[in-house]
Design a protein around this ligand. Structure first.
Ligand code: MV4
Length: 584
């Protein structure tokens, strides 16, 4: 087993790997960007080294710097997590050249699976069908017309080097073929530097079901179970579950065997995921992800295995230690991704910023894998996954209700989160009954009633907001929503949504006070006096600007009249009830 593992990643997945190392008595080495100097993964690791920079390209994707830290720390293995270098063969080879283990598959397997045409061919060789289509690059638009005639419309044009849904175009009728082809090629060239495309029949209501496999260096390869990851928007998964609902055992066994065949066909070792589309009782190979995935915990909860510990074991050359027959799956698990994103009006806008408070739910069957704690900041340099909330139950309904309970307990103050959208999905009859598909969230789920997060930028102009307030009536506690103009909530929202500060002008807080005597409503410092004795003022006119509650507040006159006396000057400290200006 390894002595010391360097984790070339950040956030929750770095924390996940550090924890597994600690339990196995392996020293962990964190790396960090300038932005992440005080991040949770840095705090939890045994050692931490600065990479400098903030952008991924300057830090977590800086090969030279990471190689330098590997040497400095004398780590004997590197865990890449997901994203960053996890599917980068140059990096894997550079590590291996140093005599250090890359905790992941052999570079050759990553290469075969990185190209969608070659992975389709590899799957077919292993007897596993892709979506009906052609495993050769398209040369001419006429081929699309022929293909459409043969297998029917719509036709999916896919980029050979695509991924994450980029470079895919759907052609509904022959007239659109040539334009769609050009567009797919342009997009693919821009995103991946290659423009090879191929064709598949387009499935219009599929589910995304993926199979977790595990292989060791001794020729053992098993499947652990499937995950339904259909609940996504813009190719970002929101909720994953295992097992898949309305998914017969017979299909599960077939899909598991198919995934193992694909893995064996490319000489796979370590944790991998084979993705399928599932529609009308048939499944089709889509691609293979040659890394540990974000959603691995739902499988862990169902098979009761620590997949990161298993990765370390297998990477150090030990056999898996169990056979396919010895794997027991029990109960049901959900994972909800808590992202710093505002699902208001269904838009899912990024909402980075400081987490003023994070309360993690717990209790039976609840797990949270977080990359942040209270007072940590979600930045704009990396993904905005704050935490993954995972629940397990004897059956799907128990796990679903447990998730709703846990989401109710979860507190994230500061950034907006995906929580309101997650609750909508979990409570929807289509989801409860398993009538969803990869298109369901974007096509069928209405999120237009979810209001933008408190303190969102548009509040400045509209100056209307709602705020949750706790009140007591005859000793009984009630939660109420207060609908108000901006003045009531402005100081609070400033505190709970710092992430939007970059976009927000220090909009003055409007406080109309006084009736002749203009008095101060709160402790503060006079910043500016706008009037002189003899000036005429109108009701609503700003007479003094006061800095209080960490922001500027405009003190306005309630009446129309003439200034008789000005009692303060800029810099004066004032308190509640002090008279600023007398109007006659
Ligand atoms: C498809 C498809 C329908 N028919 N292929 C999108 C990501 C890429 N990995 C494959 N994708 C799809 N391929 C055919 N022939 C629908 C999708 C698709 C999708 C797949 C999995 C998860 C989410 C998705 C969302 C939109 C489209």
């Amino acid at each position: 087993m390894f002595q010391k593992v360097l984790i070339a990643n950040r956030g929750e997945i770095a924390v996940r790997v550090i924890r597994a190392c600690r339990e196995l008595g392996i020293k962990s080495v964190a790396v960090y960007s300038d932005f992440d100097r005080d991040a949770l993964h840095v705090r939890l690791a045994d050692e931490a080294y600065s990479l400098g920079g903030n952008l991924a390209s300057e830090s977590y994707l800086n090969v030279d710097k990471i190689l330098e830290v590997i040497k400095l720390s004398q780590a004997d293995a590197v865990h890449p997590g997901y994203g960053f270098f996890s599917e980068n063969t140059d990096f894997a080879r550079a590590i291996t050249d140093l005599g250090v283990t890359f905790i992941g598959p052999p570079p050759e397997a990553i290469e075969i699976m990185g190209d969608k045409i070659s992975s389709r061919i590899a799957a077919e060789k292993a007897g596993v069908n892709g979506v009906p289509g052609r495993s050769i690059p398209v040369q001419d638009a006429s081929e699309i017309l022929d293909f459409g005639k043969q297998v029917g419309w719509p036709v999916a044009i896919k980029a050979a080097y695509g991924g994450g849904g980029r470079g895919m175009k759907v052609v509904f009728k022959p007239e659109d073929a040539s334009e769609a082809m050009e567009s797919a090629k342009r997009e693919s060239l821009a995103a991946f530097g290659r423009d090879e495309i191929y064709l598949e029949r387009y499935l219009d209501w599929p589910r995304h079901i993926e199979m977790q496999i595990f292989a060791d260096t001794h020729g053992n390869c098993v499947w652990l179970g499937e995950r339904d990851c259909s609940i996504q928007r813009r190719h970002q998964k929101l909720i994953e579950e295992s097992p898949a609902i309305n998914f017969p055992d017979k299909i599960r066994e077939e899909m598991g065997a198919a995934a193992v065949s694909v893995a064996k066909a490319c000489g796979y070792v370590n944790a991998g995921t084979v993705e399928f589309l599932y529609q009308n009782g048939e499944f089709y190979f889509l691609e293979m992800n040659t890394r540990l995935q974000v959603e691995h915990p739902v499988t862990e909860q169902v098979v009761k295995m620590d997949l990161v510990a298993l990765q370390l074991k297998v990477a150090s050359g030990e056999p898996l230690g169990f056979t396919q027959d010895e794997i027991n799956r029990s109960g049901h698990a959900f994972e909800c991704r808590i992202n710093a994103e505002d699902p208001g009006l269904g838009k899912f806008l990024p909402s980075p910023g400081k987490i003023e408070k994070l309360y993690a739910p717990s209790g039976y069957g609840v797990r949270i894998d977080a990359g942040y704690d209270s007072h940590d900041t979600v930045g704009q340099f990396y993904d905005n996954l704050i935490a993954k909330l995972i629940t397990w139950g004897d059956n799907r309904e128990t796990a679903r209700k447990r998730m709703l309970r846990a989401l109710d307990e979860l507190v994230v103050e500061g950034p907006a989160t995906t929580v309101p959208a997650l609750k909508e999905v979990l409570n929807h009859v289509d989801f409860i009954e398993g009538d969803h598909s990869t298109r369901w969230l974007e096509d069928k789920l209405n999120l237009s009633h979810i209001l933008p997060h408190k303190g969102a930028p548009q509040m400045e102009t509209e100056a209307r907001a709602e705020k949750d307030v706790d009140i007591e009536v005859n000793g009984k506690r009630f939660k109420v929503k207060v609908f108000t103009d901006g003045s009531f909530i402005s100081s609070d929202t400033g505190k709970t949504n710092k992430g939007d500060h970059s976009k927000r002008k220090p909009a003055p807080n409007l406080l109309a006070v006084g009736n002749g005597n203009i008095t101060v409503p709160m402790q503060g410092t006079v910043v500016k006096v706008n009037v002189e004795v003899g000036d005429e003022v109108e009701a609503g006119q700003t007479v003094v600007v006061l800095e209080a509650m960490k922001m500027e507040n405009a003190i306005t006159s309630e009446t129309t009249g003439v200034v008789k006396e000005v009692k303060v000057a800029p810099g004066d400290a004032v308190g509640p009830g002090d008279i600023l200006v007398v109007i006659g």
